[in-house]
Design a protein around this ligand. Structure first.
Ligand code: S3P
Length: 185
């Protein structure tokens, strides 16, 4: 873990569901879903992926929602999915969609959700990991350029919500999950 702060200040005065969730945040391609699944297995907790929740609840893919309703509509669904996940009384590992930190109300929710871990990697690394972009319409045909721009915009926001930062550039999902499991055990 390259940085770690308690998060106690952020969480101390706000009511929570009582469940001390582990929430993974970070850019597209940082491995939130794969690491989250492995971490949940290690910890014996439920795993919730916010994009999957949106797709299941609304019966449409992320790409369809972006293309038909536009990004602001998607961001509203993203906020609903985050609120539902952190509002669950069952302690869970939550992979939050990359853009949740854009909304100040989401950041407020994250501050009282439990332990927030930022999976951090350079855009050059992320670009090699984003795969076929299927649920990532923002990437268009210039993944690296978009990732560089989003990284610059979002780095201060991920930093703001993170209780811990894990540099995942050199780590496999299993190694990353093991490091986080140690942190939250
Ligand atoms: C987005 C990230 C995607 C998905 C959507 C927008 C973003 O999720 O929610 O394409 O703005 O960073 P992942 O972070 O799981 O790739």
């Amino acid at each position: 873990m390259s940085e770690h702060r308690s998060g106690a200040e952020a969480r101390s005065s706000v009511q929570t569901s009582g469940a001390d969730h582990v929430v993974l945040v970070g850019m597209m391609g940082s491995g939130k879903t794969r690491v989250g699944r492995q971490l949940a297995g290690r910890l014996g907790l439920a795993f919730v992926d916010s994009d999957e929740q949106i797709e299941r609840r609304h019966g449409r893919t992320v790409r369809e929602i972006f293309e038909t309703d536009g990004e602001p509509a998607f961001r509203r669904l993203e906020a609903e999915a985050l609120a539902a996940a952190v509002g669950s009384p069952a302690r869970s590992v939550i992979a939050a969609a990359g853009g949740v930190v854009l909304d100040a109300r989401n950041r407020e929710l994250l501050a009282r959700a439990g332990t927030v871990v930022w999976l951090r990697a350079r855009p050059e690394v992320l670009a090699t990991r984003v795969g076929d972009h299927d649920h990532r319409p923002l990437l268009g045909d210039d993944a690296l350029g978009v990732l560089r721009r989003l990284d610059a915009e979002r780095t201060p926001l991920y930093r703001e919500v993170a209780d811990a930062v894990l540099d995942v550039g050199e780590l496999s999902p299993d190694e990353a999950a093991a490091r986080i499991a140690e942190l939250v055990a």
